[in-house]
Design a protein around this ligand. Structure first.
Ligand SMILES: Nc1ncnc2c1ncn2[C@@H]1O[C@H](COP(=O)(O)OP(=O)(O)OP(=O)(O)O)[C@@H](O)[C@H]1O
Ligand SMILES: [Mg+2]
Length: 276
């Protein structure tokens, strides 16, 4: 499949994050560009972050979404308001939406109220907002939940509400921390479909997710990053960093059914993780 890289959407340079003076992640640098494919109208980006427990995936996501201060480094995203395609701006809280592992929602808002609130800045008319909310509630199987509060929802229902809420309120970038954990096969399929939907809505839409399911990462993502403890000059460090990056587009493995080549890469990633 022919494709080409366009302007940079996300640029992370020399990022580190510390809690109480303890450096948790360090030397994180990455560049993700817009991609266009011949014959495909919109190709959003799907990026997977894998790594063993405690290596700093969630911490990295908190940095991306502005929830923890950066110890060093910077995070830039494309400035969609500028006419210059190369214009970038520093990512602020709210620019990149986060769906966390706890699926945090407003305690005193029903599903319907939450989604209405998420669309408050949208330029859609009130009628179109209501239509959009109805459509999503239907697609995500939340009809019986529209008037329920978070404490009346199952984990999966809370998660789906949180995903739609973040899709509605943030612009182009959405980070999902382990969106597939605790879901049944049907829900996993729905989340996959939502990634597809996002990618066809705008070529700039960029989904970044973490998972412990490497096969799912290889099935869904075009870029896969492995976060782990690096070994430098024989010395294993105790902070997380990017120890490997795989661009499935360049490897000819993106936008394809899972095959033997993916399986080989799967083994390589497991090996990387075991040593980090
Ligand atoms: N608020 C905090 N204060 C101090 N240390 C923290 C805090 N949050 C996380 N940590 C520590 O930072 C390290 C990385 O945690 P993080 O949650 O980012 O890992 P993770 O890769 O997301 O793990 P998992 O796969 O289990 O979700 C861990 O050692 C954890 O104990
Ligand atoms: Mg985590």
């Amino acid at each position: 499949m022919e494709f080409s890289f366009k302007e940079t959407l996300l640029y992370v340079e020399n990022l580190s994050v510390a809690y109480d003076g303890n450096v948790i992640i360090k030397d994180i640098s990455l560049t993700e560009k817009d991609v266009v494919r011949s014959g495909v109208n919109a190709t959003g980006q799907v990026i997977a972050i894998v790594g063993r427990s405690g290596r700093g995936k969630s911490t990295f996501f908190r940095a991306l979404t502005g929830l923890v201060p950066l110890h060093t480094g910077k995070i830039l995203i494309k400035d969609f308001e500028s006419n210059d395609p190369a214009a970038a701006k520093e990512a602020k809280e709210g620019d990149i939406g986060l769906v966390n592992q706890k699926y945090t929602l407003f305690r005193h808002k029903t599903v319907l109220q939450t989604l209405k609130y998420a669309l408050r800045k949208s330029t859609l008319s009130e009628t179109d907002k209501d239509k959009k909310i109805k459509e999503y509630i239907h697609k995500w199987g939340l009809e019986n939940c529209a008037d329920k509060y978070p404490n009346e929802l199952s984990g999966g229902q809370r998660q789906r509400t949180a995903i739609i809420e973040q899709l509605f309120s943030s612009d182009k970038f959405i980070v999902l921390d382990e969106p597939f954990s605790g879901l049944d096969v049907g829900n996993i399929e729905e989340v996959k479909q939502s990634f597809d939907l996002l990618c066809t809505l705008s070529e700039y839409n960029t989904v970044i997710f973490s998972t412990h399911d490497i096969e799912l990462a290889l099935r869904l993502a075009q870029s896969v990053y492995v976060i782990g403890y690096p070994t430098i000059n024989g010395d294993k460090k105790d902070y997380g960093t990017i120890i490997a990056k795989y661009d499935l587009r360049e490897m000819g493995l993106a936008w394809k059914d899972y095959c033997e080549k993916h399986d080989k890469l799967y083994d390589e990633i497991v090996h990387q993780m075991m040593n980090s």
